[in-house]
Write a protein that binds this ligand. Sequence first.
Ligand code: 7PM
Length: 283
Amino acid sequence: MQLMPLPKRVLHCGPLGLDLSKPHIMGILNVTPDSFSDGGSHNGKEQAVAHALQMIADGASIIDVGGESTRPGASMVAVQEEIQRVIPVVEQLAQHNVVISVDTSQPEVIKAAIEAGAHIWNDVRALTRPLALQTAAELNIPVIIMHMRGEPTTMNNLDQYNDVTLDVIAELQQRIDAAINAGIKAENILIDPGFGFAKNAEQNLKLLQQLHQLNGLGYPILSGLSRKRFIGHAVHAGTVQDRIIGSVVGHLLSIQQGACMVRAHDVKAMHDAIQMWQAMNQA
Ligand code: 7PM
């Protein structure tokens, strides 16, 4: 079995440190109105926090709070609305000993979230919004730079690649350069291939097969393929529930190639898989 040992590095998340020499699970916490019965209301907030605490108990070391729907064709959420969804949940989670990332592209949202106790900026738009680079540099926080083309509304027509892996690497390198030039510290940068974003099923699988090539960029890698459509294609299954095992396998194959973080809905199953993998490595 070919091993890709993770380099010794620590991600500084405020007072908390994440040891990136071992894999971590980032639990997905959607706070869009469709995800918890009354998004934004007290009841919705309590349900969201309870779900996050369950994911922590199941083995998540990071909770990724997202208040914007990034579905293909989704409408843009007003900044104030996003803040109202995200901040109350971040405030509650900050009382617990867990790293908090926020899935947003808006500088105003991440500024408010960091003030409320969040630690990491997870941006599917790779800090392309006005003032995003400057804000990340000023906040001096870890940032996840994900590969995408266009916007969630337009990305489905933007899947023309020469070589999907080499093109994703080159386009990530451009965003890394922009980040470094804006004064973002290298030690604060993580990268993400952006599974499902401006890529068709075949391209997502190729990218998974060749994910190890992203190690050449020199930054920690996050893999996020949980329950995505290409998993359904691969396992010939329609429902989201039928994508869980494929997602766990895809994440473990990412870890085997050097990813140190996986963004997952099904934390308990993912944690079992990682424990099995670690047990094998230590044998
Ligand atoms: C609909 C379609 C709803 C797609 C949600 C999504 C990633 C992310 C998302 C990822 C990082 C999902 C996506 N995906 N952040 N945010 N990497 N860093 O399936 O792959 O969760 S939203």
